[in-house]
Every structure is written in C-alpha cells, then in structure tokens.
Design a protein around this ligand. Structure first.
Ligand code: ADP
Ligand code: ADP
Length: 227
C-alpha cells in the first residue's frame, strides 16, 4: 500500500505581481518503507512539495494522503530535517533529540525518552557527545543529531529538505551511509529533496525528477542497486 499519495497537486503562491504557479498537476506515490528522492532545479517547488506533504500548507487543487487519510493539517507523524538544523543552544544534544518525544509522548518516563534518544545517537556515531551543546559540534555532527531528532518519535514519514547540502563532500558521503544504516535498523518512509543526482541514486529507491516552472513530473527512476 502507498503511504504517501500525492494526486493532481497544483499550487500557486499569491504574490504582489500576481499568482506564481509552482506545481502543475503533480502525481506521486510512495509505498510504505520506500525512500523517495526528489530532484529538480532550484526554485521549481520542491520545498513547497514537502510543506504540502507535512500538512503545513494546502494545495490549490488535488490532494495529499498519508496512510489513506487526507492531509489537511500539520502531522505529528511526520519528521522533518533541513539543511540548517535549528537546535536549542540551552539544551544538550541529548535534550534536543528528546524534544519531539516530550511533545508526542508527554507521559513517557524521562528515562525511556533518554534511552530512545541515546540509542539513536549511538547508531549515528555520537556516543559521548550527548552532553554537549549544539554549537560545540561540527556541522556534520549537528546534522546527525538532527536526523535522530527527526525520527526519535517514530514518525510515519521522514521528510528531508537538502539535509546534506551545506556539508563538505566527505562528510556528506559519511552521512549517506549513516542514513542507510538508520533505515536498515528501523525502516521508515523517506522523502528526500536534493540537488545532488548521485545522492538521489545512492539513497533513493525511487527518484522523482521534476523540471520546468511550474514543476511537472519529468520521469520516475526506479533504482535497484546492491546495498
Ligand atoms: P525549491 O525548493 O525547488 O527551490 P520552493 O518550493 O522553495 O522551490 O519555491 C518555488 C518558488 O516559489 C520559488 O520561486 C520561490 O521563490 C517561490 N516561493 C516559495 N515560497 C513562497 C511564498 N511563501 N510566497 C511566494 N513565493 C514563494
Ligand atoms: P531550505 O528550504 O532552503 O533548505 P531551511 O531548511 O533552512 O530552508 O528552512 C525551511 C523552512 O523551515 C524555514 O522557514 C525555516 O524557518 C523552517 N525550519 C527550519 N528548521 C526547522 C525546524 N527544525 N523546525 C521547524 N521549522 C524549521
């Protein structure tokens, strides 16, 4: 079954100079557990697409379904990661990663929240850094922590908007492997927005190529590479 169904989505922003159409009749299906990478030129509407899937915005026409339910408002079952992770400097890395659990599972005992967050930090190679403040970590480490934060509450979907875009090439490729390790440990459905074709093919089961303004579906690549 498809976890995400985007059907006939068209969207325009209202601007001073008139409507700016960014998505044109877009239809995409993402099966449960699949990794969907979306590539397309800057400004074509990729971030807009993530906001629609997360329920932060409504499309003009068409609709988005998650688990067969129409998305009309923000979801707790969606995790998000961005190019520049916003972390709370007055909290430790561990406390930052625990944050979504405090919101989604307020009655969960603190010890359990900590154990869950520590387990993820260990998987991404941040054991020993849990007591540090965000500014004490490198960009790559902060991005690892932000991935942990995005999945700590086991969302149905992890949406990533250029998560590795600000990292140097070596760090980026390390993060690709971390991403694969995380998904091997606990399967979750992913939508990744990226400019990097290699990244999209390395990580994606399905690569959606958008082009034009407004963005239309150009083609869908089904990637089947050895792990
Ligand atoms: P991408 O992520 O592919 O770079 P975006 O979805 O961020 O594209 O933006 C698509 C187009 O819509 C861009 O031209 C951008 O300037 C414009 N845009 C994005 N958000 C808004 C907004 N809130 N109001 C008006 N225009 C916007
Ligand atoms: P880009 O689309 O260029 O990668 P960012 O990822 O930095 O841009 O941010 C996209 C939008 O999401 C911005 O409006 C930003 O304020 C917001 N944002 C960034 N990080 C978070 C976060 N952790 N939680 C909620 N909103 C965020």
């Amino acid at each position: 079954t498809n976890l995400i169904e985007i059907r006939g989505v068209t969207h325009a922003y209202r601007t001073k100079t008139g409507p700016l159409q960014v998505l044109d009749d877009l239809t995409i299906s993402v099966p449960e557990g699949e990794f969907c990478a979306v590539v397309g030129p800057s400004g074509c509407g990729k971030s807009t697409l993530t906001r629609l899937v997360a329920g932060l915005m409504k499309p003009d026409t068409g609709a988005v379904w998650l688990h067969g339910e129409r998305v009309t408002s923000p979801r707790k079952t969606v995790g998000m990661a961005f190019q520049n992770p916003v972390m709370l400097e007055w909290r430790t890395i561990l406390e930052n990663v625990m944050l979504p659990l405090e919101i989604v599972a307020p009655r969960m005992p603190r010890a359990d929240r900590e154990a869950r967050a520590l387990h993820l930090l260990e998987m991404v190679g941040l054991m020993g850094f849990e007591g540090k403040r965000p500014s004490q970590l490198s960009g790559g480490m902060r991005q690892r922590a932000s991935l942990c934060r995005a999945i700590v509450h086991k969302p149905d979907v992890l949406i990533m908007d250029e998560p590795f875009g600000a990292l140097d090439a070596f760090t980026r490729e390390d993060l690709w492997q971390t991403m694969r390790d995380l998904r091997a440990a606990e399967p979750f459905t992913c939508v990744l927005i990226t400019h990097d074709l290699r990244e999209s093919v390395f990580l994606g089961d399905q690569v959606i190529v958008l082009s034009g303004r407004p963005a239309r579906l150009q083609y869908v690549l089904n990637v089947d590479l050895p792990a």
